[in-house]
Structure formats: C-alpha cells, structure tokens
Design a protein around this ligand. Structure first.
Ligand SMILES: [Zn+2]
Length: 552
C-alpha cells in the first residue's frame, strides 16, 4: 500500500493538538536554540554535520506541512536550499571534504537521501528528483568501483536508503538504481545471522546489539521485498519475537540502554528506538498489509512515546524504563549497562543528543500513517489503518473521522465519494461487541470491515466496540494492566527540580532546560484481585495529560 501526502491527509482533534504542542516546543525551535541544528555544518556552520540536521528535518518537514505552517515551511526550505547549494558536481552532498569520503561513515548519505524524499513528498519541490539522482548515482559509483565500502552505522543501517531508492526508481526506472539496492544489501549487515547475540545482555556496547539499529532493521525484509521484488516471508517476526522474548517490555519495546539489556523493568530503552520502531511498524504495515504491525504501532505510539517526552514536549528522556519511581541522577555508577547516570532525566539532550534530533519524526509520521491506499487503472482501495481523528481528501473523495480513540472506542466516519472506491477500516483484534451502522459492509477474514462506495454517494458510518481490561503477565512475577492499546501505570507523585546550565557550549535555559523528577509518593503497589474495570473521562487539552506533580 502507498502512503498519502501531507496535502491529502490532515490531522484533527487530539492528534492535531499533539502536533501543535510539538511545533510550539523543541521540534519547532531547534533551529533557533540548539547549536547542532542552528550552526550545523550542513548549512555552513561549524557544529555537527552528520546525522542531527537530517534527523531533525525528517520530523520537522512533515510537521510543518501537516500543520500548514508557512513559517515552518520556509525554515525547512532554508535548510534544504543550503544543503542543495553545497552539492558538488560529482553529486556528493554531505559536509565533508571529498578527499575524506573514503573514511566518512555514509550513514549520513543514506539519511539525507530519505529526508530529501520526505521533503519532495511534502513540498513537491521539482529540484529534488535530480538532486537525489546525483547523490545516489555518485554513491552507487563509489560503492561499485570499490572506492568506498560500507562500515560503521552505514553498514548497519543500509536499508534506510531504500526509501529514497524506491522513490528514485519510480521517477527514473534506470537499472543502476536497483543495482545500488543490491550492493547495499550485499555489503550491509545481515541481521538474521546475529540473532544468537540478542539472547543475553552484554555489559558492553556493540553495533550488533544496538537497540536503534535493531528496531530500524525490522523494516529491512519488507523494504527489500518491495524494492528488489523478493517474496516477503516474515523472517521479521522471528527477529521480533527473539528480541521480545529476551528483551521485551510491556509497551512493545525492547530494552536498550543503549544496547539490548534483558528483561528487567528497570533497564531503559532509548527514545530514538521508540521513534524508529514506530517508523518500521508503519512501513511493515504498508508493505505487508499485516494488521499485527499496525496494532504494535498503536501500543508504541500511545504508551512508549508520550511516557518519555514531557507534556509540553520541551524535554525528553534518553532512556525510559517500565518501572520508574524516580528520575534523579544516579549517585555513583549508573544502573544502565552502557549509558551515563543522567540518561533517564528529562532535558534538552540528556546523555547524548541523537534523540533530541530524532524524536521529531515520531508523531508526524504516525499521523501520515492513518490512511493508506492501493490503486490500479480502474480500482481504488483506501484503508483506515489507524482510527485517529483526521481528514482525507483524495481524487474527489473526502473522509473525515471524528473520534477520541484510543481514549474512547467510538468512531464516526463521514464519507463523500467523488469517485467509486473500496473503503476498509482496520478493526483491532482486541475489539469486542462491534457495532456498525450507516452502510452495508462485509467483514473480511482479517477482521477488517469493507464498504463499497459508488460515485456521488455519501454516508455517515458509525462504529463502536468494547475493550476489556486485562492483566499482561510479565517476567519476575510482575503484571501490567492493559486495555485495548493502552497500558496503564500508577501515577507516582513527584517534585520537578529544574536545572539551568551550560555544558560543552550547549545552553540549557527554561523552557529547554533539564529536570529531575524526584519521586515523593507511594510507589510500591500490588494487585489484590484479578478484576479490573475502566472508567472513561473527558480527553484533556493535552492528549496525554500530566501525571501527579508537585513543584519545588
Ligand atoms: Zn537517540
């Protein structure tokens, strides 16, 4: 299935509010306040010139276009203009000297290629296909002639290039494009050969157990099948289930601080991994159509993501934990295997700055995954993959979904069919007592419902279902309460202690300062019975609202 563009799909309701909060906070201001974006070598400055600007743009661009924010669009264009202006006649685009290319980790080439694709899909900027053609043809020539070889991050993230390769192949269809994909696959890490290493946590840092590499790699089989025309056999499920069995968390993550860390609920998971696992699930669902990836995406998006970013989205943790009673700097040695003693604090760049740049893609790309489509010369199939409030306008068809899901399980779709099409709504496996009214439908084997629309038809479809709260049994005799896609936690009262300071030339100043959350309330609880009930309340202006907080 294909993704819609930002000109066709717009967030509404709580999802729009969430994106507006993001635009008003760190994401929407990194180019003003954070040296690694503001003064990046990508735009002629002297700060980091490798992954941070591309990471930021990968989220900032779709955010700007989803919200139709002219100022943000112009600021994104300023960066893209500067990046394009730097491109050498050879096609090389990264900010390093050409004589340094052989020792340059080309993860930056892979990443900027993806960002240029995202920029084109949002802006329609006609310069991009040619810029990207020259970037990737040069990359192909270097690899083919043996002038460079994949190593480091580029060796472990080779499949990320396939986003741009897919786009370029559609534009140009020249044989070297697929040949580049083959070269990358050949030289890149084969994750399935590494699986024995994921069964026991190491107290050392390795590329093979690095959590962000691993969750990025979940998409490798699907993008290879798509670009190289291979059969998708779902080896990915084997990979995922090993990671889950030995490193799983209740919200569908794997521990990684920052390498695989086992099953203890006090080990952390890096925020980059949350954003990247969401993106992998989005592509896996689009390319395989298998509902399990969309269900897993929901679990990550509604739990792992909001839990690790402050409500105003100015501060985030480097690592989150399932059982977290306190976010104070560890006295002495860190509890984490390879991270520092501040990695779980909320702040501008606790532990390391990658997540500051990379978390930006999570909500915007989630919003862009709400609907997908499949089209032939005569048929069109539109699938509502995520039942979140949004409006779709495509080829004269308008679909508006009014809902407060995942907080409430009631859905109202208003459909105006400017042309005939098949409309499918994904119904999660956990939905019970499903009620559908307003139009005739068919129930598909995967549980989805299907509606046929003829040209000129309009309808309001209402769907409702029940979700039953239940316990999820975890290792170490622990249980988690879950209902639908929501995993519940006990709110621990805490004091928020603000830290403003400058370190290594990076200023932390309110609102982009660091915070310790000092736990001051009861936190040791056990369930006394096995009956759970859920009570619904109004959805807050902040969709995932504040926990119990005492300022000090
Ligand atoms: Zn990170």
């Amino acid at each position: 299935m294909e993704f819609f563009y930002t000109s066709e799909l717009k967030p509404q309701g709580w999802l729009k509010r969430q994106l507006q909060i993001q635009a008003a906070s760190l994401s929407g201001n990194l180019d003003k306040i954070w040296r690694d974006v503001r003064d990046s070598a990508w735009i002629g400055g002297d700060a980091e010139g490798w992954e941070r600007v591309p990471y930021w743009l990968d989220g900032f661009i779709p955010l700007a276009w989803l919200l139709d924010d002219e100022d943000m669009k112009q600021r994104a264009k300023k960066y893209i203009d500067a990046i394009i202006a730097f491109q050498k006649p050879s096609g090389w685009i990264c900010p390093c000297k050409e004589e340094e290319i052989a020792t340059y980790d080309t993860w930056a080439v892979q990443l900027i290629s993806k960002v240029l694709t995202v920029y084109y899909e949002c802006s329609g900027d006609e310069r991009i296909p040619d810029v990207l053609y020259r970037v990737l043809f040069h990359y192909y020539s270097l690899l083919k002639n043996g002038e460079i070889k994949l190593f480091g991050w580029g060796e472990f993230r080779w499949f990320e290039t396939f986003i741009a390769i897919r786009f370029l192949n559609k534009c140009y269809g020249e044989p070297w494009i697929i040949e580049l994909a083959r070269l990358l696959k050949e030289q890149g890490a084969d994750y399935l050969a590494l699986k024995e290493r994921w069964k026991r946590p190491l107290n050392k840092w390795t590329m093979e157990t690095h959590i962000v590499n691993l969750v990025m790699a979940l998409k490798a089989e699907a993008v290879c099948a798509d670009v190289l025309g291979l059969t998708y056999k779902d080896y990915t499920e084997e990979m995922r289930s090993i990671l889950e069995q030995y490193n799983g968390t209740p919200v569908g993550l794997f521990t990684g601080d920052e390498c695989l860390s086992g099953l203890s609920p006090i080990q952390g998971t890096e925020l980059c991994a949350v954003a990247e696992q969401m993106y992998s699930c989005e592509l896996l669902y689009a390319y395989t159509g298998d509902n399990k990836w969309a269900e897993r995406l929901e679990l990550l998006s509604f739990n792992a993501l909001p839990a690790t970013i402050s409500d105003d989205m100015w501060a985030h943790q480097y690592v989150q934990m399932s059982n977290q009673i306190d976010c104070e700097k560890f006295p002495g040695r860190s509890l984490f295997r390879t991270n520092g003693e501040e990695a779980h604090l909320f702040g501008l760049e606790p532990n390391y700055g990658c997540c500051t740049a990379n978390f930006n893609q999570a909500w915007p790309k989630f919003a862009l995954s709400a609907y997908l489509y499949e089209k032939t010369d005569s048929t069109l199939r539109i699938v509502n993959a995520l039942a979140v409030p949004s409006t779709l306008d495509y080829e004269g068809i308008r679909i508006s979904l009014d809902t407060e899901y995942p907080f409430k399980n009631r859905f109202s779709y208003r459909v105006n069919a400017g042309r005939s099409f098949m409309f499918e709504v994904r119904i999660p496996e956990f939905a019970e007592k499903i009620e559908i009214a307003g139009k005739e439908y068919t129930r598909l084997p995967n549980g989805n419902v299907k509606f046929e629309f003829q040209t000129g038809e309009t309808a309001t479809i209402t769907i409702g279902y029940v979700t039953t709260p239940h316990f999820q049994v975890r290792p170490y005799d622990l249980v988690t309460a879950q209902c639908g896609s929501l995993v519940f936690s006990v709110p621990v009262a805490y004091e928020k202690i603000m830290h403003e300071y400058t370190k290594d030339g990076v200023e932390r100043k309110f609102p982009y300062c660091d915070y310790e959350y000092k736990g001051v309330g009861e936190w040791a609880f056990a369930y006394a019975g096995n009956v759970l009930s859920v009570s619904e309340r109004e959805v807050d202006e902040i969709p995932f609202p504040p926990r119990i907080l005492l300022w000090s």
